[in-house]
Design a protein around this ligand. Structure first.
Ligand code: ZN
Ligand code: ZN
Length: 258
């Protein structure tokens, strides 16, 4: 049974709908016990898919505070943000956590030779290693509660080879060491399925090989998140499909954020 979701976007990121309060109301209707709102947080230099600091202060946070006042007795509401790790901004994450309950690490970029590479374009072997090292450095700071879509590096890497497996192990082990939740991201599954090298069907992410790897780590804290961009995403047929597979694979899910 699904009773929580901690990865939820709003219209402020320019590619989603609604405000936090809209998803909170829907979660109450679904009988959820906990919901976390985590739109893309304001970040200098990476501004085109995220809210501004002004919107964060004047729209995002007031909406959540109002919702906590109105619905906090019906559902546990957490204030969060999904955000990239940028080494130079460590102090900023600390500052954000003065007002927020949690941060979701959503690494969609890597830095290579002082240049940004986004993971939706092809990454080579060297670059997926950089991706893993970035995640390790980020979760070691202690500022992140959840690692979103840990296998997003597979988006254009495609081939599940030795390096992909090694990189995944490094990421999983760093999360375990820091008590960071490893997310199984339903939104990846909404992109549909591909065939892997063994001719079996898998989502691009979550990759079946990554999920199998997780079976070897009984200490991993795993969470299922919808990564909702639309109200209809919260508990849709894809959510149920991914959930059923996880249960079938014997993976244990966390249903409380703390
Ligand atoms: Zn993301
Ligand atoms: Zn997201």
């Amino acid at each position: 049974m699904i009773e929580s979701n901690y990865h939820t976007h709003t219209y402020l990121c320019h590619h989603a709908e609604g405000l936090g309060s809209d998803y909170i109301k829907k979660a109450i209707k679904l009988g959820y016990k906990e919901i976390g709102i985590s739109d893309h947080g304001p970040l200098e230099g990476l501004s085109w898919i995220r809210m501004t600091k002004e919107q964060y202060k004047n729209i995002y946070m007031p909406d959540l505070e109002e919702a906590i006042k109105n619905y906090g007795d019906k559902i546990k509401i957490y204030k969060g943000l999904e955000i990239e790790f940028v080494r130079e901004q460590k102090e900023y994450y600390k500052e954000l956590l003065n007002d927020l309950d949690y941060l979701v690490l959503g690494q969609h970029f890597i830095m290579k030779n002082d240049k940004l590479h986004d993971v939706y374009h092809s990454l080579n072997t060297e670059e997926i290693v950089i991706y893993a090292n970035t995640i390790v450095e980020a979760v070691n700071t202690g500022y992140f509660r959840i690692l979103a879509h840990p296998d997003l590096f597979m988006y254009k890497y495609n081939k599940w080879d030795k390096t992909a497996e090694e990189v995944s192990k490094i990421i999983i082990e760093a999360c375990i060491k820091n008590n960071v939740y490893i997310e199984i991201n339903v939104n990846g599954a909404r992109h549909g399925k591909i065939l892997n090298e063994q001719n079996e069907k898998t989502w691009i992410y979550p990759r079946i090989e990554f999920l199998r790897l997780l079976q070897n780590y009984p200490d991993a804290l795993i969470v299922l998140n919808d990564d909702c961009h639309f109200l209809d995403h919260l508990y849709d047929e894809t959510t149920i499909e991914v959930y059923n597979l996880i249960i079938e694979m014997g993976l244990k899910l966390q249903s409380k954020l703390f």
